[in-house]
Write a new protein. Sequence first.
Length: 222
Amino acid sequence: MIISEALTIIYRFLLDHFGPQDWWPADTKTEIIIGAILTQNTNWVNVEKAIEKLKANNAINFDYLLSAPVEKIASMIRSSGYYNQKAERLKIFAEYIKEKYNGNLEQLFNTPTDKLREELINIKGIGPETADDILLYAGDKKVFVIDAYTKRILSRHFICDENIDYHSLQELFHNSYLQESVDYFKEYHSLLVMTGKRFCLKNEPKCSECPLARVPSIYSEN
């Protein structure tokens, strides 16, 4: 079975099991971007708490983040962990948006995808995964987000090597699904995240309970 067929089977079984995820949960593109930065090295429950604090202080906007003291922002996002570091990163991103795009997200996302991705990765504290979260979920750009869950699930099903690098695994998806929609990319990524959180655990995975246990034909290196 070729890789694209195996990936399609995985998608269909996960969608059948979990249903549509409608991810990323946010009211605005600004909130998605902030959430993407806050979710680094923590779980979404902790990010939600931080987002609610920011909302309560009318801080889900880049003008506020640009003008507010780091200490004030940090106090609102403590639940997300590394809060001083993340507060600094939010301010740096706010400054980037203001100086480069006059605070206009429409201008930001009108930038060609490859160019914008390079710009984002060059911002302090924005790595490939965070950049791609922003591009896919806030910018509606057709880029597939690679995370630890994706690599773990696909390597355990012999779709890729466990040591595959970010770019190579992303290209595997891009080459297989170039004609698919942005919504397909969003749905697939969110389904993999759910699978990784509930079944494909780093230690003591629940393989027998996993919806992918019903498709043993893809568990082959051939």
